[in-house]
Design a protein around this ligand. Structure first.
Ligand SMILES: [Zn+2]
Ligand SMILES: [Zn+2]
Length: 596
């Protein structure tokens, strides 16, 4: 970091220090206005900061406005921030006297030898490890904003009290704040959890449960199109399709290790602690199921690589507080696959997995939003987390590093972030709000084959253990749909649009002609609806536009007599008259080439 950038937001440490100072100003303002409110914690986050409060009332917009005004005052008071330390007993007494039970709990939970530090600014002192700006006067009063208040459990624990989390953000300049707020407003319009419901892609139903979205016909259609496409592309690349059960007895999960390490994350049928009765669980992953395909008969080196792909529904029993739209769910479907390979095939097969994923993301238009993380083992700390020999790890990582360098992609290295069985590449993607998630992962596994007794006869007639690549090519379909809705603001490219054409007769007289056009388009494989309501044509067009239908065909007497269609394009709102055959050709081209 160059000297002149040290005190700008280009330096993430400075940015966090700045915003964390603003969170103290928020807490100070709250205590000045509402002394009865108790303080919890207030960190900086990627988009700003928050503070959690225990208040006997709910924070409304009026409260937020009043607090924000008080915060601006505190900035102008230019209060110096002074750090001091207290021994544990005194620190506890200090916070007990202030009647701050959450702070007392935090101090009690600090390790025995921890330095307990406080920051004081004017009439306000907070327990805090720092660092901080040296004065509230360094915060630009006109470039801070409180954005919302929501509920949040104390320490993220649903058994503890629900507190109120006030979010805000702050920048060094007002125009930066304005640009951020505009971008956030735009992102909210694209939010799949809002837009996806409005456009009727999916819904959720209380009696079904959280994290279990119901796909409506549009969402179901897009997912079907994506699945067919992925399965076809995999077939072209020599994959075998498998279809394995969605549940298994505990026996299988005991071999895979899930029973010991992941039981809480699984949906179990029966009592897992009753040794005498048989117990089943829904699958959280496909690996041990697909391995059975390999194990079905004796394999030779000539059978490898064996590329297995499955459109696989998985179940994970995650906390209901974490559920969000199509992104945090308890049941999802993933383009799962395992490549069982000889060690000498690792390079070529890994590259094949990467290229498949890249092709898919490029076609979807998501590649430009992707970044890469190469998760490696920690050689300084080899014994407690990782299995296998250092030699195997080094070889696999070297091969992976070479491939990534050859591909010319920029990647971050995550030391100590590998799976216990091998290194992996995570393809990360940012959503419209800038939140990053893993979409695709390609993992090298040098160990699990042995655990499952998988072997092949090598070219010298000896038994050998294969490597496995765990990979997805498009990730989880629900999440991909969410990303697509956000990326295209609901206006999906024609090839994947659930409804491609809407036919609209001008009057009842043109109804038969409209039916005829619709059925001709359907015969050509297009997804078409007919709006035969006796509404004004302008009204119907507006509605189709709002529903993001790529093409509208308006059919009146003129078009009928000439045997033509008047095609209105969603993109520019322009209408062009042409013979139906020409429209079909145009549509075919667009769909066949998967144009964006
Ligand atoms: Zn602090
Ligand atoms: Zn796997």
């Amino acid at each position: 970091m160059s000297e002149e950038k040290k005190y700008t937001f280009e330096n993430p440490e400075y940015r966090d220090t700045y915003r964390h100072t603003v969170s103290h100003i928020l807490a100070q303002a709250v205590k000045r206005l509402y002394p009865e409110v108790k303080l919890a914690i207030g960190p900086a986050i990627e988009t700003g900061f928050y503070y959690d409060f225990d208040a006997p009332f709910s924070f409304t917009q009026e409260h937020l406005d009043a607090i924000e005004a008080e915060m601006k005052k505190i900035c102008k008071e230019k209060l110096p921030l002074e750090r001091f330390e207290l021994p544990r007993e005194e620190a506890i007494k200090f916070m007990e006297e202030k009647d701050e039970p959450y702070k007392v709990e935090l101090i009690n939970d600090l390790p025995e030898d921890a330095v307990i530090s406080f920051y004081k600014q004017g009439d306000f002192t907070d327990l805090c490890a720092g660092p901080h700006l040296d004065s509230t006067g360094r915060v630009k009063a006109n470039a801070l904003k409180l954005t919302s208040a929501t509920g949040a459990y104390w320490r993220g624990d649903s058994n503890r009290k629900m507190l109120q989390r006030v979010y805000g953000t702050a920048f060094p300049k007002k125009d930066e704040l304005d640009a951020f707020l505009t971008a956030q407003a735009e992102a909210r319009k694209r939010d799949h959890n809002k837009l996806g419901r409005e456009l009727e892609y999916f819904t959720t139903v209380d009696s079904i449960g959280q994290g279990l979205p119901v796909m409506l016909p549009k969402g179901a259609r897009v997912i079907q199109l994506l699945q067919r496409w992925v399965e076809d592309e995999e077939q072209k690349r020599g994959y075998y399709l498998t279809k394995t059960p969605m549940m298994a007895k505990s026996d299988l999960y005991k071999i895979s290790g899930h029973w010991d390490h992941y039981l809480d994350g699984m949906f179990v049928m029966g009592d897992p602690h009753d040794e005498k009765s048989e117990c089943f669980a829904l699958r959280p992953m496909t690996c041990p199921f697909q391995y059975q395909v390999f194990l079905n008969r004796q394999r030779s080196y000539r059978d490898l690589p064996m590329r297995l792909g499955e459109t696989s529904t998985l179940f994970r029993n995650e906390d209901s507080g974490e559920m969000h739209g199509l992104i945090r769910v308890r049941q999802f479907t993933i383009s799962e696959g395992h490549l069982i390979i000889r060690p000498d095939q690792l390079e070529e097969e890994f590259r094949g997995c990467f290229e498949l994923a890249k092709d898919m993301m490029e076609t979807l238009g998501l590649w430009e939003d992707c970044s890469f993380r190469f998760s490696q083992w920690d050689p300084a700390n080899p014994s407690n987390k990782y299995e296998g020999e250092a030699e195997q790890w080094n070889e696999a990582q070297e091969i992976m590093g070479n491939i990534l360098d050859h591909l010319g992609i920029d990647y971050e290295i995550g030391i100590g972030e590998a799976a216990f069985y091998g290194p992996k590449l995570d393809i990360q993607i940012k959503n419209v709000f800038g939140k990053e998630d893993t979409l695709i992962t390609i993992q090298i596994d040098m160990l699990l084959a042995k655990k499952f007794g998988m072997e092949y006869i090598d070219s010298e007639g000896k038994k050998a253990t294969p490597y496995i690549i765990h990979r997805t090519s498009i990730g989880c379909y629900e999440r991909t749909l969410a990303l697509l809705i956000e990326k295209y603001a609901g206006a999906l490219p024609t090839w994947m649009a659930p409804e491609q054409v809407r036919v609209m007769p001008m009057t009842d007289r043109n109804r038969d002609y409209a039916e005829q056009i619709k059925s001709e388009l359907e015969k050509n494989g297009f997804r078409v609806t007919l709006d035969g309501r006796s509404e004004k044509i302008g009204y119907k067009i507006r509605e189709a536009q709002l529903e993001k239908v790529p093409y509208m065909l308006v059919l009146g007497d003129k078009e009928e007599e000439a045997g033509q269609v008047a095609m209105r394009d969603r993109k520019d709102g322009k209408t062009t008259v042409m013979p139906l055959s020409e429209f079909i050709e145009k549509l075919k081209f667009e769909v066949d080439h998967k144009l964006k």
